[in-house]
Ligand binder design. Structure first.
Ligand code: FAD
Ligand code: DHB
Length: 389
């Protein structure tokens, strides 16, 4: 079998890339290790930057997001002595969209299916061959049978634990990593959100986030120990702890109910350089991870897709390799800025076990500055709504 681009991974990066390539008349095959239902059962990001919703429009899949998503003009930041608002619209002219990653992925699967796009599910043992030549190929197994696809390019969209990054020789690859000494315990509940806007809260008991998916579906997170397991936390214990970390009036207004999903995610900052090796291009979590504070994970994956699909279009339509040659440099320039913002916002809002009284005062002084200084708010808002591509 032969195609133009083999895309490894059927998460949001891989699906968005294949749909955008399809719109531009470029053929691809997506290889996904899991089933469609499994991919759609993963509850992850909830806030989309304007760059991602513009890409969804370009890909022709923005209809449901435009009808059912919730544009947000600002966000609230709570601390021990109060709560303040960052007005994105007023400070930047832009807003963000609350629309779950699960819904983006579902819209992409539906669009690929309608267009007759090739997605191979439940593939095993994917291997990339000759990526440093002009004639790469990919092999995989399904039901014990080996398959081979010849192609012009391979897009590695297979997340942090995928094979694509590992295919780049260690003599070429450089990795930068920081792990954080805590995780996020998240729950989804069929209850009305406590606030019209997201609340990022810091307290002496640690970080908390009040987010949402729609008028009757709330997403809440609390900072937890890395050794905690979701089953250690009853719903009741979760709600009690969340309330302790929120301003009193917010805690009193919180409507609680049974959780319909509960999971723990560790926090990590990670970047792999370069993001290209020969005819293999890394995209999204395969190349970089951010701690979730500020919702940059999915959005940074989308900016990679933007650079890559434009580069491939330039190659196929104009026979010009400039875009693919500069892909890694362009994508990484934006990735590092998203890394900085996520690291800064995480460092500001969490309690760290090694923190001393001075460190805590520094966090407090930085929050006071953010609360009172328009330039600081503008910098935060520009990063939150998404830096331009
Ligand atoms: P993924 O979504 O990881 O998709 C990769 C796909 O590749 C998967 O479907 C996987 O099954 C497949 N795959 C892997 N290996 C292979 C292989 N060898 N062969 C074939 N297929 C393979 N971001 C936020 O902004 N806010 C959040 O709240 C948030 N919460 C998160 C919670 C968790 C638990 C995790 C893990 C991430 C979270 N993120 C969040 C980050 C965000 O979800 C990711 O940045 C986003 O999913 C990246 O998309 P991706 O397509 O690059 O990678
Ligand atoms: C959500 C997750 C985030 O990491 C964030 O900063 C905002 C919202 C969410 O899952 O809703």
């Amino acid at each position: 079998m032969r195609t133009q681009v083999v895309i490894i991974g059927g998460g949001p990066s891989g699906l968005l890339l294949s749909q955008l390539l399809h719109v531009r008349g470029i053929e691809s095959v997506v290889l996904e290790r899991k089933t469609r239902d499994y991919v759609l059962s993963r509850i992850r990001a909830g806030v989309l930057e304007r760059g991602l919703f513009d890409l969804m429009r370009e890909a022709g899949i923005a209809g449901r997001m435009e009808r059912e998503g919730y544009p947000h003009d600002g966000t609230l930041i709570a601390h021990e002595d109060g709560i303040f608002r960052i007005d994105f619209k007023e400070l930047t002219g832009h807003t963000v969209m609350v629309y779950g990653q699960t819904e983006v992925t579902r819209d992409l699967y539906d669009a690929r299916e309608k267009a007759g796009g090739a997605i191979e599910f439940e593939v095993e043992d994917v291997q990339i061959h000759d990526a440093d030549s002009e004639t790469p190929h990919v092999t995989f197994h399904r039901d014990g049978v080996e398959h081979r696809i010849d192609c012009d390019f391979v897009a590695g969209c297979d997340g942090f634990y995928g094979v694509s990054r590992q295919t780049i020789p260690t003599t070429v690859r450089r990795e930068y990593e920081k792990t954080y000494p805590f995780g996020w315990l998240g729950i989804l509940s069929e209850t009305p959100p406590v606030s019209d806007e997201l609340i990022y809260a810091t307290s002496e008991r640690g970080f908390a986030l009040c987010s949402m998916r729609n008028r009757n579906l709330s997403r809440y997170y609390i900072q937890c120990n890395l050794s905690d397991k979701p089953e250690d936390w009853s719903d009741d214990a979760f709600w009690q702890e969340l309330k302790r970390r929120l301003p009193q009036d917010v805690a009193e207004a919180l409507v609680t109910g049974p959780s319909i999903e509960k999971s723990i995610a560790p926090l990590r900052s990670f970047v792999c350089e370069p993001m290209r090796w020969g005819r293999l291009f890394l995209c999204g979590d395969a190349a970089h991870i951010v701690p979730p504070t500020g919702a940059k994970g999915l959005n940074t994956a989308a900016s990679d897709v933007h650079y890559l699909y434009n580069a491939l279009q330039q190659f196929y339509e104009e026979r010009d390799p400039e875009g693919i040659d500069r892909y890694s440099e362009r994508a990484l320039a934006r990735v590092w800025k998203a890394e900085r913002f996520s690291w800064w916002f995480s460092s500001l809002m969490h309690r760290f076990p090694e923190q001393n009284a001075f460190d805590i005062r520094m966090q407090r002084a930085e929050l006071d500055f953010l609360e009172s200084n328009r330039a600081a708010q503008a910098a935060m808002a520009e990063n939150y709504v998404g830096l331009p591509y």
